[in-house]
Design a protein around this ligand. Sequence first.
Ligand code: SF4
Length: 62
Amino acid sequence: MRAHVDKDACIGCGLCTDICPEVFSMDDDGKAVAIDSEIPADAVDSAKEAEGQCPTEAIKVE
Ligand code: SF4
């Protein structure tokens, strides 16, 4: 599975980086970015939680 952040939708709240720092980090522009590789198996659940909690539905995990 991979994660993707829609930067146009992201408001930079930082929630996803709190929930799943293994996958999400904040970019220099203050928007979240996801790792550009397969989500580690032990981080899939938290990545999905971040997807569900994102206030602007900017995250897709698929
Ligand atoms: S939770 Fe959503 S809006 Fe907040 S930083 Fe992450 S992707 Fe952006």
